[in-house]
Design a protein around this ligand. Structure first.
Ligand code: HEM
Length: 407
């Protein structure tokens, strides 16, 4: 099949045209395991079918995370080599390290955070309501503010450090966007800055433990020994990085999807019992993480296509989420879709640790926002981030009017 592999990865094309859904549909039909050699990137196999992404993700011994999970430009040093986060580990290391943070994200703990999320959302909405009919940038005022405060709160970072955390998250995931990328030193310098910051914070938690996730990480024991510095720093960095941009993107792209499907928004406003299925459909539709990579640990095959040891595979989650073998009318946005086996949080060994928290943040925002909406409409074009990784909007201008709380 003839296609332009640049359409799969070029950040400028993502920003200008959105995602290559029609190309993915053709690839799923004609070449579901496709060799790609786009300009400026290391070659990879594009995996576009749901079933293949599921089986590859469930075989970490054959398809490893340890050689990196993000697409790399040929001219860029591999910043992932200096990092030992759980998302870059394979079994047998991965399980014991994942267990350190896991208990913080279990459903009971997530439920206990729900009141905090709700009062945060109310506070943000009250501020907007007080302005009467007004214009907002949804990304800035709600979609960023909520996960930023939640993640900083969870880690135990002071409010004064939130601007730092936001800059770090923007620079980490906006490195292809001229408006967001780091001014100097690229991603390697960014890792040095993040590690320098967490080095101080983790040392503080070791000498003065508190009730926060950073204390848990700083004082963790893995396989009966204190967690090494590199692994602790990487853990803290990945939670900060993974928790903000992804959720921001789900919320920002989620409101755009609802506004583009007005009849679905109206239905949801009339029937809030649909919020749980709407959350899943927003996740299927918005797919913040565009792809994660795997590296073959041995000569193998996928769907009969030979894969050499050391080859890279890119798992394109948005393509899986529109796979006609799994979803009825996959290109329709339906807030009552059930079942909804989307792969937005990945699957298998590295299934997203923060999935429960992200789901709860989206649900609570909808539960609080929808009943207060007097008016909502786009107030200009939404602007996409120039990136092929955590895909979403950097600005969603809206006209909005909210009822005061309790009405
Ligand atoms: C809508 C929001 C989110 C999306 C779309 C998302 C997506 C993903 C995906 C696709 C993976 C799998 C990576 C792989 O297989 O290589 C993952 C892993 C991970 N996510 Fe999320 N994530 C979200 C929110 C969060 C939040 C809120 C947190 C933390 C507070 C978080 C922490 C993590 C961590 C630590 C991993 C690595 C797990 C492991 O390697 O075992 N994520 N996420």
């Amino acid at each position: 099949m003839d296609f332009d592999a640049n359409d799969l990865v070029d950040p400028v094309r993502y920003a200008t045209n959105g995602r290559p859904y029609s190309l993915w549909a053709r690839m799923r039909r004609e070449t579901p395991v496709a060799r790609c050699e786009p300009d400026g990137y290391a070659p990879f196999w594009a995996i576009t079918r749901h079933a293949d992404i599921v089986s590859i993700s469930r075989e970490p011994e054959r398809f490893s995370n340890a050689s990196g999970i993000t697409l790399l430009r040929r001219d860029e040093p591999d910043f992932q080599r200096g990092v030992r986060a759980i998302v870059n580990m394979d079994p047998p290391d991965h399980g014991p390290y994942r267990a350190v943070g896991h208990r913080w994200f279990i459903p009971r703990n997530v439920r206990s955070l729900e009141d905090t999320v709700r009062s945060l959302v109310r506070e943000l909405l009250d501020g907007i309501a007080a302005r009467g009919a007004t214009k907002i940038d949804f990304v800035h005022e709600l979609a960023t503010a909520l996960p930023l405060r939640m993640i900083c709160g969870l880690l135990g970072l002071p409010a004064a450090d939130e601007p730092f955390a936001l800059r770090i998250a923007n620079e980490a995931f906006g490195s292809d966007d001229p408006e967001m990328k780091r001014a100097e030193g690229g991603r390697e310098a960014l890792v040095v800055e993040i590690f320098g910051y967490f080095m101080r914070v983790l040392a503080d938690r070791r000498s003065a433990p508190r009730e926060d996730l950073l204390t848990l990480i700083a004082t963790a024991e893995v396989n009966g020994k204190p967690i090494p510095d590199l692994e602790a720093l990487s853990y803290a960095a990945v939670i900060l990085g993974a928790g903000i941009d992804t959720t921001r993107s789900a919320l920002g792209s989620g409101i755009v999807a609802l506004l583009e499907h007005e009849e679905q928004l109206e239905r949801l406003r009339k029937d809030p019992s649909l919020i749980p299925t709407a959350v899943e459909e927003i996740l299927r539709w918005t797919v913040p993480a565009n792809q994660m990579l795997r590296t073959a640990t041995c000569a193998t095959e996928v769907r009969g296509v030979p894969i050499a040891k050391g080859d890279t595979l890119a798992l394109f989650y948005p393509s899986a989420n529109r796979d006609e073998d799994v979803f009825d009318a996959p290109d329709a946005f339906r807030i009552d879709r059930k079942p909804n086996q989307h792969l937005t949080f990945g699957i298998g060994e590295h299934f997203c640790l923060g999935a429960g928290l992200a789901r709860m943040e989206i649900r609570v925002l909808l539960e609080e926002l929808l009943p207060r909406l007097r008016h909502i409409a786009p107030a200009g074009a939404a602007r996409r981030i120039q990136t092929n990784f955590i895909v979403g909007y950097k600005e969603v201008p809206l006209e909005i009017e909210l009822a005061p709380q309790g009405r």
